[in-house]
Design a protein around this ligand. Sequence first.
Ligand SMILES: Cc1cc2nc3c(=O)[nH]c(=O)nc-3n(C[C@H](O)[C@H](O)[C@H](O)COP(=O)(O)O)c2cc1C
Length: 203
Amino acid sequence: MKVFIGYVSLSGNTEKMAIHIKNRMKAFGCEVYMERLDTVEVDALKDFDLAFIGLYTWNLEDLPYEVNEFYEEIDQVDFAGVKVAFFGAGDLTHSKPCAAIDILSDKMMRFGFDVYDRVLKVHHESSTYAQWRKCEDFAEHALIWGSNRKKWRFFMWDRMLGSPKYQKSVFLLRRVLDDYPIKCKGRSKKEELIQELLKFGIF
Ligand SMILES: Cc1cc2nc3c(=O)[nH]c(=O)nc-3n(C[C@H](O)[C@H](O)[C@H](O)COP(=O)(O)O)c2cc1C
């Protein structure tokens, strides 16, 4: 699965969240592209199965200045079905915490983006293990949401990766099921693969 992570960050909190999300996606075998949002064209999001968008908030009703161009570009194309999940750091004691996320996600929703209903807002002064765990948990759930029919694959992938006994089978399973066409040179390789999959009742 191809995953995009676009973010802006001044003091580094949103960037750290982006890195945790990226690492989690890679652990799940996703192809991950991470860029700053001010260097990205909105249209590029169409090339991905799932996009994570991360931004900070500095003034209540304002987007970060680096996101202005991205925001303006949104009305140029139809983005129906492009899946997006939002995250960002902010002051959660604020009356409207992380308002910039809501501004951007509202506009993206209006232009057809399929926006994940769970948003990850992390308090700027806490950089604890629990906060980073939240990022990973959010990333996993967004991935399951974004992968539609592939939910069970991630479940199996996660469970089996933890077991050294099954790691080879997990690798083979992913090659077959996760959009990677398998190229078998000889019959023996293919049979070996089927044997592995049989263990899991796939065939
Ligand atoms: C001048 C200033 C204004 C801020 N205004 C808001 C705000 O309106 N809402 C909010 O949730 N956080 C606000 N914050 C908190 C920042 O969003 C927070 O520090 C965040 O971690 C910055 O993200 P970054 O580390 O990724 O740059 C403000 C911080 C500063 C310094």
